[in-house]
Design a binder for this molecule. Structure first.
Ligand SMILES: NC(=O)c1ccc[n+]([C@@H]2O[C@H](COP(=O)([O-])OP(=O)(O)OC[C@H]3O[C@@H](n4cnc5c(N)ncnc54)[C@H](OP(=O)(O)O)[C@@H]3O)[C@@H](O)[C@H]2O)c1
Length: 274
């Protein structure tokens, strides 16, 4: 069960009440994380658990999920996993329900899982590729948010959701056009959800990572050699992010420390889009 003080920092009239404890950022919260087997999602699962959350990790590859969850438990955290395909509505709903079955509530969710696309002009992507990116990266977050809102309402009553967008959603994206479009759709869903659910105390934000050293980026770099170098050259901080640097932003947006932030797309991009 979700424990003591951390998630009760918000008092009357939606205003935060000061905390006198030094609890972790997410102490007492139950967190559901998609794409948690590797990359940004795995870093988030480890970080959220260190910050006091009970975490449920979701993705398709069970071996990866198991390994990360075991590592978290070995470090003293609370973690479990559920196999989930974001392209399958029933499996997304079942995965969110599993968080409530396991931990008795849902407070926060990080909708982070997504697929890449082969780089190239939009007319060269086969229709099946368009359908896959749309299903996983656009419909998937919508399905997850719908289930999460219901679960938060039924249990914690208030909470927070963060969706993983991309800086690739913010401008024309000739290399990854359908991926960029799906992520822009996620920005729109994020804003709409923030407006819809704000009155009941559910905040909804997105993080837009820049170049982040994960399998997805390495695959893009293999398909278009030199990509990472070119992206780093456009980045004021001059380097790619470690996955944990993105997870840190998500943790803050899910925590009560960002209690007046909703509807935003937070770039975590080393200044690339400044
Ligand atoms: N890396 C970057 O530079 C970058 C930049 C901007 C935005 N992002 C975004 O960051 C997020 C995390 O990506 P990452 O960079 O950490 O990539 P990653 O290492 O490839 O991780 C992607 C995760 O999503 C899961 N996933 C993929 N398809 C899925 C499906 N159909 N159902 C359920 N889970 C699925 C993967 O697990 P399975 O394959 O086992 O299902 C994996 O756990 C994504 O939303 C991505 O678009 C990344």
């Amino acid at each position: 069960m979700g424990g003591a003080a951390g998630h009760r920092l918000v008092g009357m009239n939606n205003t935060p009440t000061p905390s006198t404890t030094t609890a972790g950022l997410l102490t007492g919260k139950v967190a559901f994380i998609t794409g948690a087997g590797r990359g940004i999602g795995a870093a988030a699962a480890r970080l959220f658990a260190r910050e006091g959350a009970e975490v449920l990790l979701a993705a398709r590859t069970e071996a990866q999920l198991k390994a990360v969850a075991e590592e978290i438990r070995a470090s003293g955290g609370t973690a479990d996993h559920v196999v989930c395909d974001l392209a399958d509505a029933a499996s997304v709903r079942a995965a969110v329900d599993r968080a409530v079955q396991l931990y008795g509530r849902l407070d926060v969710a990080f909708n982070n899982g997504a697929t890449g696309q082969p780089p190239g002009p939009l007319d060269e992507l086969p229709e099946a590729g368009f359908d896959l990116v749309s299903a996983v990266n656009f419909k998937g977050p919508w399905l997850a948010m719908s289930a999460e809102i219901a679960a938060i309402r039924a249990t914690a009553g208030r909470g927070a959701i963060v969706n993983t967008s991309s800086v690739g959603s913010l401008a024309g994206n000739p290399q990854l056009p359908v991926y960029g479009a799906a992520k822009r759709a996620v920005n729109s869903l994020t804003a709409s959800a923030a407006v819809t659910y704000g009155p009941e105390g559910i905040r909804v934000n997105a993080v837009a990572p820049g170049t982040t050293l994960t399998e997805m980026l390495h695959t893009w770099d293999e398909e278009s050699p030199g990509t990472i170098e070119q992206l780093n050259a456009r980045t004021p901080l001059g380097r790619a992010a470690a996955p944990e640097e993105i997870a840190q932003a998500a943790a803050w947006l899910l925590s009560d420390r960002s209690s007046y932030v909703t509807g935003t797309v937070l770039r975590v991009d080393g200044g690339m889009y400044a």
